[in-house]
Design a protein around this ligand. Structure first.
Ligand code: F0G
Length: 459
């Protein structure tokens, strides 16, 4: 008989998590103003808020931490990280930062000015935040197919090259500091971008003389999908695919809390020495000296090791099969989600579940609250709250999709946890007709309001 699949690691350290009662959860939620970010993690049984910084480091990463050199300038750890960035990703220059958005801040301070246009595929919220904060405009050029959650295509995160070319044609290149290619495409459901599409974006960037930036938070998961789904890549290693992906980019920003499997860290890397020099000042004033940025030496050491492990096929297969496993369970129960299952998360199609909740009452948020009440499972809203208000009209933006993201931390939960998540969702799904009202906002910040928004039940 063929042996079943099993994880490519064993577990040597565990952390206790606790179930709670529904009455407790009701109280905690009320105190948190119905914002799941406001909950204490001790009050969460299975935490799917994010896969960012929540993974389990390996024995090798923990040992690497002991080798960290905490010198202010020229630390050994910096050079270890530099070597990994060069060998695995192919960039000669980089600046460490404390996380991904800090990398965006350092890079965008150097290249984006008021009135600029930044096309891309579903810019992540901090990316868009950093663009809009500078009074520039992010234009989404994701393929339309990404909006149909039930459509199964292999590379649903792709850039629509026609849409992109229209933008590149319409505005002078001086107004377009870069194109942001996000791989995998988080907001569209952790959906990958094909190598063919990356090549296409690169060709357009070259044609119009615009920098190509890869937002690389989940680049390795993207490479896994290229290997397993795109013709011609089956026999290539993940590391070979990663090298090719980045061979097309001029610059990258990285939240290392995802595919480099560290709890904190990030960087921006570039091929141009001139751009690196231009960014240095912003690194120094915002993050720290150029050889540590926002990171301690031990974290840079663990990051370098994580980049190596994160680009190994066996690890990625274990990771992505777990997400698929949860997807298959939801299929059994008929619960609609962005298909096919993404790299880091399942995105439940909240509009298709809570059909009676009006969009003005925040459908995905309502589903997130219900799932927490059901079993102490915390997901995150990817819907109208996250979309923020239009920067000009200040009206709420209602995206076509209202999704509840269930992000799976790396190497953290077992498939038994996946079973609990699926069963809890099924219970909510079974009583979906009874959920007819959602929430209204009582407090919000002007940008990235979802982190601190306060809500109240409509009825
Ligand atoms: N780009 C993408 C595609 C991301 O998903 C994130 C973070 C960032 C940039 C910013 O990185 O958090 O290190 O500052 N995503 C997390 C998430 C927060 O939950 O998806 P950061």
């Amino acid at each position: 008989m063929e042996l079943p699949f099993a994880e490519s690691y064993k577990i040597r350290m565990v952390e206790t998590i606790r179930r709670s009662t529904r009455a407790e959860r009701e109280q905690w939620l009320k105190e948190a103003k119905y914002n799941l970010f406001g909950l204490k993690s001790d009050h969460v049984f299975i935490d799917l808020l994010t896969d960012s910084g929540t993974g389990a480091m390996s024995d090798r990463q923990w040992s690497a931490m002991m080798l960290g050199d905490e010198s202010y300038a020229g630390a050994r750890s910096y050079y270890v990280m530099k070597e990994a960035v060069k060998n695995i990703l192919g960039f000669d220059y980089f600046l460490p930062t404390h996380q991904g958005r800090a990398a965006e801040n350092v890079l965008f301070s150097a290249i984006i000015k008021e009135g600029d246009i930044v096309p891309g595929n579903s810019h992540f919220d901090t990316t868009k935040g950093h663009i809009e904060f500078r009074k520039a405009l992010a234009i989404d050029c994701t393929i339309d197919e990404a909006k149909d959650t039930q459509l199964e295509i292999p590379f649903k995160g792709n850039v629509d090259l026609k849409k992109l070319e229209e933008v590149l044609k319409k505005y002078p290149k001086e107004k377009i500091p870069c194109v942001v290619l996000t791989a995998t495409n988080n907001t569209a459901g952790g959906q990958p971008v094909s190598m063919e599409n990356i090549r296409g974006v690169s060709a357009l960037c070259k044609k119009y003389g615009v920098l190509m930036l890869i937002d690389s938070a989940r680049f390795a998961e993207n490479a896994y999908f290229i290997k397993t789904r795109e013709k011609g890549f089956q026999n290539k290693t993940i590391k070979e695919i990663v090298k090719e992906m980045f061979s097309y980019a001029d610059v990258m920003t990285m939240s290392s809390k995802k595919d480099a499997i560290v709890n904190m860290g990030g960087f921006t890397a570039m091929k141009s020495e001139e751009l690196w020099k231009k960014c240095q000042m912003y690194c120094i004033i915002n993050e720290g000296f150029i050889t540590y940025g926002g990171m301690s030496g031990r974290d840079m050491h663990a990051l370098a090791q994580g980049l190596d492990e994160g680009t190994e096929f066996e690890y990625l297969e274990t990771r992505i099969k777990q997400v698929e496993y949860l997807g298959k369970k939801l299929d059994e129960y008929g619960i609609p989600y962005q298909r096919p299952a993404g790299g880091h998360a399942i995105f439940v199609d909240a509009k298709k579940v809570l059909t009676h909740v009006p969009k003005e009452e925040f459908i995905a948020q309502t589903l997130g609250v219900e799932l927490y009440l059901e079993a102490g499972i915390r997901g995150v809203e990817i819907g109208a709250i996250l979309a923020d208000r239009d920067p000009v009209t200040r009206e709420n933006r209602y995206p076509e999709l209202e999704l509840l993201r269930l992000a799976i931390p790396r190497r953290t939960y077992t498939n038994n946890h996946m079973d609990v998540i699926a069963a809890a969702l099924k219970n909510v799904y079974d009583r979906r007709e009874k959920i007819t009202h959602g929430y209204k906002i009582t407090y919000e910040n002007p940008i990235m309001r979802h982190f601190t928004v306060e809500l109240e039940k409509v009825k």
